[in-house]
Design a protein around this ligand. Structure first.
Ligand SMILES: *[C@@H]1O[C@H](CO)[C@@H](O)[C@H](O)[C@H]1NC(C)=O
Ligand SMILES: *[C@@H]1O[C@H](CO)[C@@H](O)[C@H](O)[C@H]1NC(C)=O
Ligand SMILES: *[C@@H]1O[C@H](CO)[C@@H](O)[C@H](O)[C@H]1NC(C)=O
Ligand SMILES: *[C@@H]1O[C@H](CO)[C@@H](O)[C@H](O)[C@H]1NC(C)=O
Ligand SMILES: *[C@@H]1O[C@H](CO)[C@@H](O)[C@H](O)[C@H]1NC(C)=O
Length: 462
């Protein structure tokens, strides 16, 4: 349903609902806000026009890792050669850090630190592989493998493969074998403290733990990536966003043993478009609020996704006892196939061997919109809104939902959740409480609020 239809629908709702109108005025304001969520992209446009080096040899300085002694036979340790090539590429304007195709480079934990000279391109056409033995991992860098930081205006591209050789790490995980101690494992690719970065075309697979982390960064555009590891590999999130803003993730195919995409604290203005997810735990905001921490996530849009045989579809998960908020989130145009929990808000999240006590404080969840979400669920609870007793969820909006279970038993579970549905909502979400709080100031609201405005700055095309 498009914006104008939605607004007119609400107009009818008001006409039919006299007494409830005051809260509906608020709903409209909130919906208009949700419609306008978008990721600012202007600053990135010019940067992203830089053509690939292959189409423009002129003026580019090629820095091939082979020229720095990399062997590329998959056996020799090429870490130092990569480091030396990086130092050269990073200090040279318009350079291309090249990992050539047809070769396999064995690389240990390594930090690629900027800032670099202008217009660096990182062209990965070959395969980069991690050594597979956790016991030999560099103890100084337990959490990183390929770690890039302090970059500005840098483009990663190519059709190369980054392979974490994660098998032995997964076996050593406490999730797989309860008698193992819980240790941290490296993230395959990290981009930290950076701005205006594009990552396109690469494959990341079999990561030791998370595949791709964007942290403390802004204006990042990730597209046409393939991320894959087995469905039973523990904690292997696909793309993990933390402390970052203005991030676009587009045309990505992700299948892992944890969340396909996870969005955590201090992250805002995120757009995900054309995402395939499965196997995995779905597309998640959170977890947030662990150990009484503050978690803040706002302005997140998912538009067009296909999830297949995942444990969750679109999820928001928070621990008991946190603070902060998740606000202004839209999940649009999602098709699910055999998903266990297609739509879920879980404020009792507890990924711990001990049970988690209920507490009075919680991350506050509000203004969450789900539109055009259809498909099949494998559990009865097609939709679950399990919200904090003391900090209820508010303004959950459901429009055109059609989720079914083959045996026809799909239902909606609500706990401490306020919101409303419009259009077709199957299974019915009558368990959402309507907002009936008395609102004096709303009485003076101007009817202009409900006039459809001219098309706002919502652009789904990127
Ligand atoms: C679990 O880990 C323990 C201790 O590391 C080990 O002895 C045991 O063989 C492992 N079990 C399996 C099923 O891998
Ligand atoms: C979440 O982000 C806020 C704001 O950046 C910060 O103050 C807080 O410490 C962060 N919480 C955690 C758990 O890192
Ligand atoms: C979180 O706060 C609660 C209530 O104040 C307290 O009982 C609990 O020990 C705290 N948990 C942590 C991990 O600090
Ligand atoms: C609803 O979502 C599906 C799945 O992404 C998409 O194919 C379809 O075009 C959407 N319908 C509308 C009316 O946008
Ligand atoms: C926490 O509260 C929820 C909702 O009121 C309840 O279902 C659950 O059993 C409680 N959990 C514990 C550990 O007390």
């Amino acid at each position: 349903m498009d914006r104008i239809l939605l607004i007119s629908f609400l107009f009818l709702l008001i006409a039919a609902n006299g007494a409830a109108e005051y809260s509906i005025y608020n709903d409209i304001k909130m919906l208009e806000g949700l419609e306008e969520i978008d990721v600012e992209g202007t600053e990135m446009e010019e940067f992203f026009d830089i053509p690939g080096w292959t189409s423009q040899h002129g003026g580019k300085v090629l820095v091939n890792v082979d020229a720095f002694g990399a062997v590329g036979d998959g056996i020799a340790d090429d870490t130092q050669a990569f480091q030396d090539a990086w130092d050269k590429a990073c200090s040279t304007a318009k350079s291309v850090f090249l990992v050539p195709q047809g070769r396999e480079y064995l690389i240990n934990a390594i930090r690629f630190i900027g800032p670099c000279a202008d217009k660096l391109i990182i062209q990965i056409d070959g395969k980069i592989r991690a050594p597979d033995e956790p016991k030999n991992w560099d103890p100084k860098n337990p959490r990183i493998w390929l770690d890039f930081s302090k970059l500005d205006r840098v483009s990663f591209q190519g059709n190369g493969i980054i392979d974490g050789s994660g098998n032995k790490w997964w076996d050593a995980s406490c999730k797989r074998n309860k008698s193992n101690p819980c240790i941290s494992a490296p993230t395959a690719l990290t981009i930290d403290s950076s701005s205006s970065v594009r990552v396109r075309g690469l494959t990341i697979q079999n990561s030791q733990q998370m595949h791709f982390v964007i942290s403390r960064s802004e204006s990042v555009r990730i597209s046409d990536m393939v991320i894959s590891s087995p469905g039973n590999s523990p904690n292997t999130d696909g793309i993990h966003l933390t402390g970052s803003t203005n991030v676009v993730v587009q045309n990505c195919k992700i299948g892992t043993g944890d969340d396909c995409i996870s969005i955590v604290n201090a992250t805002s203005n995120i757009k995900m478009k054309n995402i395939y997810c499965g196997p995995g735990h779905g597309i998640s905001i959170g977890s947030l609020g662990k150990d009484n921490s503050t978690g803040i996530v706002s302005n997140v849009v998912l538009d067009t996704a296909f999830l297949r045989e995942t444990t969750n579809g679109v999820r928001i998960k928070t621990w008991q006892g946190g603070s902060g908020y998740v606000r202004s989130v839209r999940f649009d145009n999602v098709r699910m196939e055999d998903v266990k929990n297609p739509i879920i808000i879980d404020q009792f999240y507890c990924d711990s061997p001990k049970t988690c006590k209920n507490q009075t404080s919680a991350v506050q969840i509000s203004q969450i919109m789900y539109r055009n979400i259809s498909g099949t669920t494998t559990s009865e609870k097609a939709m679950q809104f399990a919200c904090s007793d003391t900090v209820p969820c508010s303004n959950i909006v459901l429009g055109n939902i059609d989720l079914e279970k083959t045996d026809g038993t799909a239902e909606t579970y609500c706990h401490s959740a306020q919101g409303f549905g419009y259009g077709v909502v199957r299974p019915s979400a009558d368990c959402l409480q309507s907002s009936d709080k008395d609102c004096d100031s709303c009485r003076t609201q101007d009817a202009r609020l409900i006039k459809p405005s001219t098309e706002g700055p919502l652009h789904t095309e990127l």
